[in-house]
Design a protein around this ligand. Structure first.
Ligand SMILES: C[S@@+](CC[C@H](N)C(=O)[O-])C[C@H]1O[C@@H](n2cnc3c(N)ncnc32)[C@H](O)[C@@H]1O
Length: 282
């Protein structure tokens, strides 16, 4: 049974809703590998390339930054900003290990960016504004930091509630409701993609394109590991926080294990949109 709370869950766990532990860190790595081709396509469409300065806002442990940095060489760089000191520390160590000196990693709040006006050529954002209570502040900070003609490219959720295990099972319903309730209590919005065009326009950016991103994952395919890792990492947390009953979690995980061996099942991933917006040249 889902419980929506009025308490401030961030008081107990100050960092973002999924936490910043080792389990989430490796889940983010897997998630990036599964969606890396899509990100590269969006960067191509955005025109990111050599010599540019690109902001990776809410970069996490830096998996996208590590792919972006080589694209910008030799003169360009990535400015990677995340609120988690642990992720930024990990990013810096890994950048050094990989020989990527052109990543400037900083701890900071994406909602209070203080980059010099016109100092970046582009910005990349994925799965961050869906977690920030003030996404319009993120958009505003990026917009003022972009040079005229600069591009803000993003990948965000829209219509998350439609994620489905096929054939449908009622055991999934309390799980989806609990995920969404916890997410909202943390100040996030699983429908953020729907609000972004208006936010971008209010910040003076012109929306160039909006593309849907959705996949079907079948048992045994690499993409099946995306929901699988998510349920394993996140569901125990929302049980602990009182959003989901342990019996509902256990019943769903039993069904999930059964479906994971059923070639006739598939998972319909939560839909996302890729949005490209540009700052007019003046
Ligand atoms: C789902 S992860 C995505 C990480 C990365 N963008 C990626 O695509 O792999 C969300 C990230 O947003 C960061 N985050 C959430 N709220 C933030 C804020 N207000 N300022 C900076 N980072 C934030 C979290 O610390 C976490 O690293």
């Amino acid at each position: 049974m889902t419980q929506s709370t009025t308490r401030d869950p961030r008081a107990n766990r100050p960092e973002y809703v999924l936490g910043v532990g080792d389990d989430e860190l490796s889940r983010l790595g897997l998630q990036h590998r599964l969606w890396a081709d899509e990100a590269s396509g969006i960067w191509r469409e955005a025109g990111f390339g050599p010599g540019q300065t690109i902001l990776d806002v809410g970069c996490g442990p830096g998996f996208a930054s590590f792919d972006l940095a080589p694209l910008l060489e030799p003169e360009g760089r990535v400015i990677a900003i995340d609120e988690s000191p642990r992720y930024i520390e990990r990013l810096s160590a890994e950048a050094q290990r990989r020989g990527l000196p052109n990543i400037d990693a900083r701890v900071g709040d994406a909602q209070a960016l203080d980059l010099a006006p016109g100092s970046i050529d582009g910005a990349w954002e994925r799965w961050v504004m869906c977690f920030t209570p003030r996404p319009e502040a993120v958009v505003g900070g990026v917009a003022q930091a972009l040079r005229p003609g600069g591009v803000f490219a993003m990948q965000e959720y829209f219509n998350y509630r439609t994620l489905t295990l096929a054939p449908r099972t009622p055991l999934f319903e309390p799980v989806v409701a609990a995920i969404r309730a916890s997410w909202h209590d943390y100040g996030g919005d699983d429908d953020i993609g729907g609000s972004l065009p208006a936010m971008l326009r209010s910040a003076g950016l012109e929306v160039v394109s909006i593309r849907p991103l959705v996949r079907v994952a079948r048992p045994g395919e690499a993409m099946w590991r995306w929901p699988d890792s998510y349920f394993r990492v996140f569901l125990p947390k929302i049980v602990e926080e009182g959003y989901l009953k342990e019996s509902d979690r256990a019943a769903f995980m039993e069904e999930w294990a059964r479906r994971s061996a059923d070639p006739d099942s598939y998972f319909f991933t939560p839909p996302m949109v890729a949005i490209i917006a540009r700052k007019p040249r003046g």
